[in-house]
Design a protein around this ligand. Structure first.
Ligand SMILES: [Zn+2]
Length: 375
């Protein structure tokens, strides 16, 4: 819960609706934050009927009964959103092996039946994918060349021109093509994470190798320079997906941190208004709900083709779009080495703004105590 504090900026959007920052995770992972069912049903609430929904895993009546037990702030959501919440709750109780099996089958089904629209997208072609300035900086490889193409909007939030317009259009078309195929084939699209109800995992549709190469050959040189303290030198796995915002789809994305060490977020288009990203500083698990300092507060408007690179622990969200449609390509880059080491650490002052502040305060108190003893 965020509290008012002197000298701190208060962000009203975060209070009430989300009770602080959530952690967005891949839908298949453990520890997914989901609403908690209430013991007593809402007697006055008339639940939706889910009878006409396709591809339900359990009898439709179960979802209606469960809906009455959702926390009251969830009851007003759209039927699709409520269904997504309920499915997440149910997924928590499904044995892990079964979930993994379902995912394997989903990928197999796509691999055998889905015919890509743009085969070119599945093999990384730097000249066709990337703009010249980005390519030159990576080829050069020096810190100076990398920093030369970046704008640092607030500490730890970098942007740069990355993808050619032709690539962006092809990717948008591919995703739309996939959605149409899934609809026709009655394949239920597995969503990219616990917070987005629209979009698709690019790794699931055959782009895993391409995205892995994108990370290892093009992002790792940047991350090694910019994200030294959060595992940027040892990124080894990724989760790649697209998210879609539109007036009839998800409008915004609540305040959260990503399940990644470094996140790449590139706007693919199309036409849209609103939908700015907001950032509120990097925090460890313990301090994730703390206030932001004024210098950590940033709002950023997306530019198609331009990328944002930030630490996964950099708290952020997306404001509602006010018209049109916005699709973004997102790559969560992870470091197994960093995650393993983190388990044994308690002080994260090398990257958490709050840990750093407390460490400074401790050493200030210590030196003033020493001075007093000496005098
Ligand atoms: Zn901390």
């Amino acid at each position: 819960m965020l509290l008012h504090g002197e000298g701190f900026l208060h962000w009203p959007m975060l209070v009430g609706k989300l009770q602080g920052a959530q952690v967005a995770r891949s839908s298949l992972e453990e520890g997914v934050p989901v609403p908690r069912l209430q013991k007593t049903p809402h007697a006055g609430h008339r639940p939706e009927s889910y009878e006409d929904m396709e591809d339900l895993e359990y009898p439709a009546t179960l979802y209606s009964v469960m809906e009455q037990h959702l926390p009251s702030h969830c009851l007003g959501a759209s039927r699709e959103k409520k269904l997504a919440m309920l499915e997440r709750i149910l997924a928590k109780y499904r044995p892990n092996g079964e979930r993994a099996k379902k995912h394997r089958e989903y990928r197999e089904r796509i691999r055998h039946n889905y015919q890509p629209l743009h085969e070119d997208l599945y093999t990384l072609d730097p000249e066709r994918f990337f703009v010249g300035s980005f390519l030159d900086a990576i080829k050069d490889g020096s810190e100076a060349a990398i920093r030369h193409i970046l704008i640092e909007h607030s500490p730890g939030v970098f942007t740069f021109n990355m993808l050619k317009p032709a690539f962006c259009s092809m990717m948008l078309e591919e995703v739309e093509h996939f959605e149409r195929w899934a609809q026709d084939a009655k394949v239920k699209v597995m969503r990219p994470n616990t917070m987005n109800n629209y979009g698709a995992v690019l790794d699931d549709i055959g782009m895993e190798e391409m995205l892995n190469l994108l990370m290892t050959s093009y992002l790792n040189p940047m991350a090694a320079v910019l994200f030294l303290n959060v595992g940027g030198t040892s990124l080894d796995t990724h989760h790649g997906f697209v998210v879609q915002y539109a007036m009839d789809r998800d409008l915004d994305l609540g305040f959260h941190v990503d399940d990644s060490e470094v996140t790449l977020n590139v706007c693919l288009g199309k036409q849209f208004e609103g939908g700015d990203l907001f950032f509120r500083g990097v925090r460890c698990d313990k301090h994730v709900n703390g206030e932001a300092r004024p210098e950590e507060v940033l709002e950023y408007s997306h530019v198609p083709g331009h990328a944002i690179l930030h630490a996964g622990r950099h708290r952020h969200g997306a404001k509602a779009i006010t018209s049109g449609q916005r699709t973004n390509l997102i790559l969560w880059c992870r470091s197994s080495e960093f995650r393993e080491l983190k388990k044994y650490q308690r002080d994260f002052s090398s990257w958490c703004g709050e840990c750093l502040l407390r460490k400074k305060e401790r050493s200030r108190r210590l030196s003033s105590a020493k001075r007093q003893l000496a005098s």
